[in-house]
Design a protein around this ligand. Structure first.
Ligand SMILES: [Zn+2]
Length: 318
């Protein structure tokens, strides 16, 4: 790989970014059904993304890191050591990743990020309305050095060395409303905005009662999700893209992988994977020193290309 050659110059540094000003919105949590006010605040260099529960008196900050993921049933939940938690962080995390925001306090006055329309577009809109500003320090990226693979039944995921995050994603459902869909996308702000951010979360009508009994999907409706009944989409306006479902899976993957603690220089292949595998693959990646390193981000590192993804998946234990 040319970019690792010691004789080659590192290229211009890519600097950290935050918001120019605070901006907020109010909505309903998809799973809790709770009405929540969310405010995105600018933050100093090297703060990272931090969630703050404004309704709790103390120990109310939770770093947006893979180590703090405490639940991956239908959404990614983050918890700190004191038990403070925030549900459904993945869509706002995807918007922050797509907009290349390194430092931000995401403040909420309840247990869940508001669902808005079930996509990342409203959050990206907020970030773009607030404006984005560069900070003095370079972005800290996570460079993948060796492929890491996991398999759980027919779900598979591989992270391999690369430049700007590229995701190959495939899903396969029995419902002919979805069936098999594949997409490959590279995480650049314009591509994310046009191709991925507007894709909504989706669910099946026959699962709603079961989910609600488990305390999930209580705020879910046709306003914030694509709902499928058998082979039919129930939403009157249909879908936003013919392959909106796989695009949303990419959105979730972008948000979940941003819990690495910075941009991943990697090529990712995801087959039928979800929040659980998105988190387990980060745990696998960070479990060995030889598979990754932290780097100050340069344009050259982003431009690095990767070859075909190889590697035998490890089976997920348990
Ligand atoms: Zn989602």
């Amino acid at each position: 790989m040319a970019s690792r050659s010691p004789t080659r110059r590192a290229g211009p540094i890519v600097r950290q970014k935050t918001l120019k000003s605070a901006i907020g919105c109010t909505g309903i949590g998809l799973h809790s059904g709770a009405k929540v006010r969310m405010t995105l605040h600018p933050a100093a260099s090297d703060t990272g993304i931090v969630f703050r529960r404004r309704d709790l008196d103390r120990d109310n900050e939770i770093a947006a890191l893979w180590t703090n993921v405490s639940d991956t049933r239908l959404c990614s939940r983050l918890s700190n050591a004191s038990g403070a938690s925030v549900m459904t962080v993945e869509h706002v995390m995807a918007a922050l990743a797509g907009a290349e925001i390194d430092n931000c306090i995401v403040e909420v006055n309840g247990p869940e990020i508001p669902a808005m329309d079930g996509s990342a577009a409203p959050f990206l809109f907020l970030i773009e309305c607030a404006g984005v500003t560069e900070q003095p320090l370079p972005r800290r990226a996570i460079q993948v050095l060796r492929p890491v693979s996991l398999a759980d039944g027919d779900k598979r995921m591989t992270i391999a060395p690369g430049g700007t995050l590229t995701i190959d994603c495939t899903i396969d459902f029995d419902s002919t409303a979805i069936s098999r869909q594949s997409i490959t996308t590279t995480l650049e702000t314009a591509t994310f905005r046009e191709d991925i951010a507007r894709a909504r979360t989706f669910g099946f009508a026959h699962e709603v009662a079961q989910l609600r009994a488990a305390g999930l999907a209580r705020g879910g409706s046709l306003e914030n999700a694509v709902v499928i009944d058998g082979d039919r989409v129930l939403n009157a306006d249909g879908v936003r893209f013919p392959d909106e479902f796989v695009r949303h899976k990419v959105l979730d993957c972008v948000g979940d992988l941003y819990l690495a603690g910075g941009p991943l220089l990697a090529r990712v292949r995801s087959e039928r994977a979800g929040h659980e595998l998105n988190n387990l693959i980060l745990r696998e990646l960070f479990s060995r020193d030889a598979t990754w390193r932290r780097v100050d981000l340069t344009e050259d590192l982003l431009a690095a290309t990767s070859g075909p993804i190889r590697g035998q998946p490890q089976l997920v234990a348990g």
